[in-house]
Structures are given as structure tokens and as C-alpha cells.
Design a protein around this ligand. Sequence first.
Ligand code: AMP
Length: 191
Amino acid sequence: MINVLMFGPPGSGKGTQSVTLAKKYNMLHLSTGDMLRAELAAGTELGRKMAAIMSAGELVPDEVVIAMIAQKIDSTTGKTGFIFDGFPRTVEQADALQNMLKERGMKIDLMLVLDVNDTELMDRMKKRALVSGRADDADEAVINNRIAVYRAKTEPVIDYGRRAKVSRTVEGIGSIDDIFVRLCRHIETII
Ligand code: AMP
């Protein structure tokens, strides 16, 4: 099983690219954002509790997403590996993931970091807001907060990947197809 972390700020294209990469390599795409939005849509107690945090662009508690990921890892069969999208978002989540994988005889094999500047991010998120229906895409202050939270809490996880010698920065500007090819090149080195 191979484990790939898809990294980058909100709007950098993690979700779009993860979906096609997962298909191509028969991996399971694990997006904690999608899982949380599914809870919200289903009106579960967890979803109701997390709604305000998400619409403010803040991070939900580490233990919530860690439990979601553990459950998915343990219930998956027949896949070549996992693509983690939007997780880990804190150093604590990265530690938890590393331990979780170690206990199951796996490791983080690759961390792909999509590099996109803030002006481009803001532009993409505003466009996405027109189609996504996401409350956290619609408000400029919330978008700014999500980018700030990324820089403060999530970017330190990249150092974690650098120390483990698994991080690779990928130019995240260009056509979706060109970026996909760049990402595939890195994945091909580990399969
Ligand atoms: P995303 O779809 O990845 O942009 O996530 C949407 C929102 O869900 C984030 O702004 C957070 O409120 C929450 N979220 C998603 N993944 C995580 C995570 N790994 N840790 C904490 N909060 C998360």
C-alpha cells in the first residue's frame, strides 16, 4: 500500500487532482473536507457541531478528523493505497497519521505540495464559489482566514515531510492536465 499526501493551500487544486490520481492508480481518495461536508448534509450530530467551525474557515478538532481517517483506512480493501487530501492539516494530525500507518505496517511515501500564489488562490476560490455552493467559498473574509490558517497551522507540516525526505514541490499553476502530468511523474517514482 502506498500513501500519498496531497498538500497545498485551499484552492490549489488538491481535490481536483486527487480524484483523477486516485482513479489512475486505483487508490482511495480520502478528503476530510468531503467527509465533513457529508456529515453536514446528512444532518448528523457531528455535522451540526462542526458547521460553525467550518463556515468560519477554522479547523475542526484534530481528534474528529483522525477518527474519520482511521475508520476509512481500516474499512478499505482492494486498493493500491491512499491519497490524503486536506489531511493532515496540523503537526498533531501528521504525528497521528504516521503512528496510525506505522501500526498497520505502512508509512507516508510521498507528499506532493502544490505551489500556488495567494492572488491566484483568491481568484480560483471566487470562481469556485459560483459553482460549489460552499458557504466557506462565498465570503472573502472566510477565504482569507482559510489561507491564513493554512499558513499558520498547516504549512509547518511541510517541514515534517521535508525531514522525512518525502516532500516534493509541484508548480500548481498551468492547465489541469499539465499539473496532473507533473504529479504523476512523482507518483511513478514510488510505485
Ligand atoms: P477542505 O474541503 O479540505 O477545504 O475543508 C473544508 C473545511 O473542513 C476546512 O476549512 C475545515 O473547517 C474542515 N477540515 C477539513 N479537513 C480538516 C482537517 N484535516 N483538520 C481540521 N479541519 C478540517
